[in-house]
Design a protein. Structure first.
Length: 244
């Protein structure tokens, strides 16, 4: 070539080009481990430790639930408890009428005999509180507390109580119509409910208190002084547990 320069074929013969720098990767602490918090910020450490504590609490709750479930199953297999049965063995009204001067004031005199059967061979029952209430037309007209007592295993106990007094009772039209019919027949449709506080006993071990409710519904109770009952006698009625 005329200028005496060598042919370079388009190549570059300058200083070498440095390779592109790799992006720096930030270190991320692994999962939930409090030891990984060393050297990290306080916020990350607190979040990590909180995660560990929640996980520990959750595991403890699961373990407690499993232990309680297994214990309850073992106790049930050992004791095989049966429900205590309640009956109204006899009932009689000596008075059940509204006041002639105040048709909302109800006078009542009710005798009740309960039979309570404990069929369990290993469990006794402490009846700490038994409140008996009488209802007519869904309105409570009176209540009485029974004397506390203990019932042993495989035992049948007869409990006698009396409900007597007067009370203001707001009866609807339907209940008043029913009461007029009952006055004619001399047999009254009354509901009785029991609210209790009981404990169970196995050997020397006593359980915590439970508060079952018992319903004795639609009892047909004759009025003793009535001449219109035609020899009607009260029929023994079994009561049921009320789950509400």
């Amino acid at each position: 070539m005329g200028d005496g320069q060598p042919h370079l074929n388009g190549g570059y013969y300058g200083p070498s080009i440095p390779p592109p720098s790799k992006p720096k990767r930030r270190y991320k602490a692994p999962g939930c481990c409090c030891l990984s918090c060393i050297g990290s910020c306080i916020g990350s450490c607190l979040r990590c430790c909180g995660c560990c504590i929640l996980s520990l609490i959750w595991n403890i709750l699961i373990a407690v639930a499993v232990i309680l479930g297994v214990t309850a199953l073992i106790l049930w297999l050992i004791f095989r408890p049966n429900a205590v049965k309640f009956y109204v063995a006899d009932a009689n009204l000596n008075r059940f009428s509204l006041d002639s001067n105040n048709n909302s004031n109800l006078h009542y005199d009710l005798d009740l005999n309960f039979t309570i059967r404990n069929p369990n061979q290993r469990l006794g029952v402490y009846y700490d509180v038994i409140q008996v209430s009488g209802y007519y037309g869904d309105q409570r007209f009176g209540s009485v507390d029974m004397t506390p007592f203990y019932q042993g295993q495989k035992n049948t106990t007869v409990v006698v109580t009396k409900m007597e007094g007067q009370n203001l009772v707001v009866l609807g039209d339907g209940a008043r119509a029913d009461l007029k019919e009952d006055d004619v027949t001399g047999v009254y449709r009354i509901d009785v409910k029991l609210v209790m506080s009981v404990r169970f006993k196995f050997w020397v071990i006593k359980s915590w208190k439970v508060k079952p409710k018992i319903g004795c519904d639609d009892l047909k109770i004759p009025l003793g002084s009535s001449n219109s009952t035609s020899g009607f006698k009260f029929q023994t009625m079994q009561c049921n547990f009320v789950f509400r």
